[in-house]
Design a protein. Structure first.
Length: 120
């Protein structure tokens, strides 16, 4: 499949623009991940501007070009704080029989009878 501009997401276009302007490849990839996951995982509104959503990523691009170490530090912090990892691992080779089983006793469903006053 050939990638065309019509098929690109905003974060893909941002990464292409960043690479064209001389941002290091791994920093551009990190910026793309931050931008993508902020949208896909619905990060809080308060951080979306730091993730490029208020200005089409121009602020992120300017920071990456002017202060790459600061950009990396900020984006790694954002990613570490807001990124939600999947609840269960996505592994195709994992079978149900390999998982640990926890056995718990069933709660007592029958209440003990109260003793009548005449009987003891």
């Amino acid at each position: 499949m050939i990638a065309t501009e019509e098929m690109l997401f905003e974060w893909d276009a941002w990464e292409i623009r960043a690479l064209a302007l001389g941002v290091a490849e791994e920093l551009a990839e990190l910026g793309k991940k931050v931008m993508r996951d902020a949208y896909m995982q619905r990060w809080p509104e308060a951080v979306l501007s730091d993730c490029g959503w208020d200005d089409d990523g121009f602020g992120m691009l300017a920071l990456a070009r002017a202060k790459p170490a600061e950009a990396r530090r900020d984006w790694e912090r954002l990613y570490a704080h807001h990124h939600r990892r999947p609840a269960c691992p996505v592994e195709t080779g994992q079978h149900r029989s390999n998982k640990a089983m926890v056995r718990a006793t069933a709660p007592m469903l029958v209440r003990p009878r109260k003793q009548e006053e005449g009987r003891l």
